[in-house]
Write a protein that binds this ligand. Structure first.
Ligand code: AMP
Length: 413
């Protein structure tokens, strides 16, 4: 199956090629034809399955085919519970719409509204929004939904968990009756189905099993380590324990450059891919990594989208993501297809709450690696001044090394 088979128009195909997507994911293969036919959709799929492209591509295609002249009006509204998701969706829209004239913007709370209002004034085709800010700006008269053709409610179960149900109802009450509606939720318990009935008409249903990878195929371990010593832990693992290529995730662009600088100094061939690098530089890094010329690829979450490296045995989370779903995304980079994988996470004191959230989301406790040389056991403020970290354990380091090496050898990478 290719994207051509799904009937996507050339500007979208070109953009997908730029993203490095080769084949549609299962939800894309199922949902895109349904949506191109103009049907409503009720989808159960998690973030990480490729659902954003599954809904944005057909919307972009239909808007592209019917593009008129004159000032742009909001024709597609995508409502999602968090600022991070909203930003990601908008970023995807922009990437996929790169070779069209279509415009998207994103609005969310917690920041001043001025820039968002300005973007709306300039005219957009696609609006990505979190519920509160959307209602707020609608109330102030900055947003008209009179010309809306597409409405997407994303992560409906999270919306409910986060107490957005009334906001959603208020938003839906203001949508034109004639529209195509898409409703996504990872789970579909009764109250979610009830909500869906008020939004989608007689929808087609698409269900994608959560990536089984997370729980079953990927060994996940966590290392408690101080922020300062993460780099030492990384170089230690690369020289002592992990023989293979590694994808390292860093939360920030700056952070990923810093990691690469330090790894290079320590003699490891590494490269960073992030939003400040040109498309060419990113592709070159990815190619070198795939071909084995670069052993460590350091990526930010956004840049890692679209990375498709077969049989990637190791993912290391240098920082834990503050959005738990991102963790599932990241570790989904390993353990693809028939391969099993290994995901190691570094967790400093401040990140422990992120770890709890992640464990809640995946409904699983990560195995704590206790026998490494940089264990952080106490909050930084409580540590003896100048002593760096506590609990330098030598323990059965030898066993640990052996087991990690066995792990990679066992899988013949
Ligand atoms: P999503 O579930 O929409 O958040 O997407 C999960 C990740 O998969 C994102 O990083 C996307 O950029 C990436 N992705 C989506 N579709 C494809 C595809 N067909 N091939 C490769 N990567 C994809």
């Amino acid at each position: 199956m290719t994207f051509e088979h799904l009937g996507l128009v050339p500007p979208l195909l070109r953009a997908l090629q730029d993203q490095g997507y080769e084949h549609p994911t299962p939800i894309q293969a199922q949902a895109i034809p349904i949506l191109l036919k103009g049907r409503d959709l009720l989808g159960s799929a998690q973030t990480g399955t490729g659902k954003t492209a599954a809904f944005t591509l057909p919307i972009l295609q239909k808007l592209y085919q019917n593009e008129g002249s004159g000032k742009r009006k909001v024709k597609a509204l995508i409502v999602t519970p968090t600022r991070e998701l909203a930003l990601q969706i908008d970023e995807n829209c922009k990437a996929y719409a790169k070779y069209t004239q279509l415009r998207s913007t994103v609005i969310f709370g917690g920041v001043k509204q001025h820039k968002q209002v300005q973007a709306l004034r300039n005219g957009v085709d696609i609006l990505v929004a979190t519920p509160g800010r959307l209602l707020d700006l609608m109330g102030q008269g900055y947003i008209s939904l009179n010309h809306l053709e597409f409405f997407v409610l994303d992560e409906a179960d999270h919306m409910l968990d986060m107490g957005f149900i009334h906001d959603i109802k208020k938003i839906v009450a203001q949508l034109p009756k004639q529209r195509q509606s898409l409703f996504f939720s990872a789970t579909l318990p009764k109250e979610i189905l009830a909500l869906s009935k008020s939004i989608v008409g007689n929808p087609e249903r698409v269900a994608i099993e959560p990536e089984q990878a997370t729980a079953e195929k990927i060994d996940q371990e966590v290392y408690f380590v101080s922020k300062k010593q993460k780099i030492e832990l990384l170089t230690h693992l690369l020289s002592e324990e992990v023989d293979e290529d590694v994808l390292v995730f860093s939360r920030t662009k700056h952070g990923s450059d810093k990691i690469v600088r330090k790894l290079t100094k320590a003699g490891f061939k590494s490269m960073a891919i992030h939003g400040n690098k040109s498309q060419n530089a990113r592709q070159r890094a990815l190619r070198d990594f795939k071909e084995g010329d670069v052993r460590v690829l350091v990526a930010t979450d956004i840049a890692a989208r679209g990375i498709d490296v077969e049989e990637l045995p190791f993912v290391i989370n240098y920082d834990l993501p503050n959005v738990s779903e991102t963790y599932v995304h990241r570790i989904g980079r390993t353990g693809r297809a028939q391969a099993s994988g290994m995901a190691l996470s570094f967790c400093d004191w401040e990140e422990r709450s992120y770890l709890r959230d992640i464990e809640r989301l995946i409904d699983q406790k990560l195995e704590v690696v206790e026998d490494h040389p940089f264990v952080e056991t106490e909050a930084p403020a409580q540590q003896a001044s100048g002593s760096g970290n506590s609990g330098r354990s030598s323990g059965n380091q030898g066993n640990r090394n052996r087991s990690r090496r066995n792990h990679s050898r066992k899988r013949n990478y």
